[in-house]
Write a protein that binds this ligand. Structure first.
Ligand code: PLP
Length: 370
């Protein structure tokens, strides 16, 4: 093995260039740092990109989901239908508003299985909270049909999927409201925490607008008790640059995914699915193998960083168990895949030679073992 063969390949990396530094510097000079002109411009550009009426920037997606649930009047006694296989931050806000998560199993795309969701609906169900996990849009036609027949609003968790589509429709503009995350490894990042709430419904938008900013209607009138979950102009300046590059960066991810699929075609692993008719934006490239931990170690020994998203399903998390009265139900697909999933390096600037090095290392390991 040559010297260069062990150069570290990270799981994810954000590209910072002169344009980004310059836009931050301009925002610094503007003298307005919270919900100022950069934030207003970013909100308008996001609303235009997603084709929604209202966009409200918030401190992060976790609190955006909490504000969305509050705007939807979800509270104690209410159940929220949510996949277990997602980031814990999808679930925390349900507890924060006093409601109960009802965990739904996923299908082979690792998004919520509509038939399992239908079986979990009770008279206490209040909201459907699908997660477009890994950049894969959920089966929104099926979820919209359930939403309609049971009168349940849909709150989309789009943290991992800005730019993804289900058919012709962009995620984030399909349900009643949606939330984005700008965490630095996400497809639409800033250099810190950040998020946004999207909706076409003025009532929901007005509620979130007040809740994120101390319950204010205007400067001095606090109509309700809210929070400080506002967004920064320096970060909005960065977000605007990455929004202008979102489609190009998503295309780069898709090219890398196609290259992985080509190189790993013969490997005895399960490659990620792309649901027919959907446009996957490859936030993560997640393969499945029964030898996950040994493969991760083999790759780490060669300088290749991997991740597991997520090793402990949320219905089995200690934090969840302390809040729920009932013992966790079984979610067979979720539990089985938690032990098999492995996220390979995936980011727009990942060089083709590095994709090849990762694939070669995977093939070496599996070729020698299975
Ligand atoms: C990252 C993430 C969140 C939380 O986003 P933050 O902006 O870090 O609060 C929520 N849901 C999913 C699916 C995520 O990947």
């Amino acid at each position: 093995m040559s010297e260069t063969d062990r150069r570290p390949i990270p799981l994810s990396r954000i590209e910072i260039d002169a344009e980004i530094r310059e836009r931050i510097s301009t925002a610094v000079d503007s003298g307005q740092y919270i919900l100022g002109p950069e934030c207003r411009a970013f909100e308008e550009e996001l609303a235009a990109y997603f084709g929604v009426e209202h966009c409200l920037l918030v401190a992060n997606a976790t609190s955006g989901l909490m504000l969305a649930l509050l705007a939807l009047d979800v509270g104690p006694g209410d159940e929220v239908l949510v996949p277990s296989h997602t980031a814990f931050p999808t679930v925390e806000p349900i507890f924060h508003v006093g409601a109960t998560p009802v965990f739904i199993d996923t299908d082979e795309t690792h998004t919520v299985a509509p038939d399992a969701l239908e079986r979990a609906i009770t008279p206490r169900s209040r909201v459907i909270l699908p997660v477009h996990l890994y950049g894969q849009a959920c089966d929104m036609d099926a979820l919209l049909a359930l939403s309609k027949s049971h009168g349940l609003p849909i709150l989309e968790d789009c943290a991992q999927a800005p730019g993804a589509r289900d058919g012709e429709r962009k995620v984030g503009a399909i349900g009643d409201a949606s939330v984005l995350s700008f965490y630095a490894s996400k497809n639409l990042p800033v250099l810190g925490d950040g998020g946004a709430f999207l909706t076409n419904q003025s009532k929901l938008a007005e509620k979130v607008r007040m809740l994120r900013n101390h319950g204010r209607r205007d400067k001095h009138t606090h109509e309700i008790v809210g929070w400080n979950l506002r967004f920064s102009d320096l970060q909005a300046a960065v977000g605007r640059v990455f929004l202008s590059r979102l489609d190009a960066r998503n295309e780069a991810r898709r090219r890398i995914a196609a290259r992985y699929a080509e190189l790993l075609a013969s490997a005895p692993v399960t490659l990620p699915h792309e649901r027919e008719g959907s446009h996957h934006v490859r936030h993560l490239y997640v393969i499945e193998t029964s030898q996950r931990d040994a493969l991760a170690k083999h790759l780490a020994d060669r300088g290749i960083q991997t991740g597991v998203h997520y090793p402990i399903p949320n219905h089995l998390q200690p934090g969840t168990q302390t809040r729920l009265q009932a013992p966790a139900q079984r979610l067979p697909h979720t539990e089985e895949s938690a032990d098999r999933i492995l996220s390979l390096p995936m980011f727009p600037a990942l060089a083709d030679e590095d994709v090849e090095r990762v694939a070669t290392a995977v093939l070496d390991f599996l070729g020698n073992r299975s």
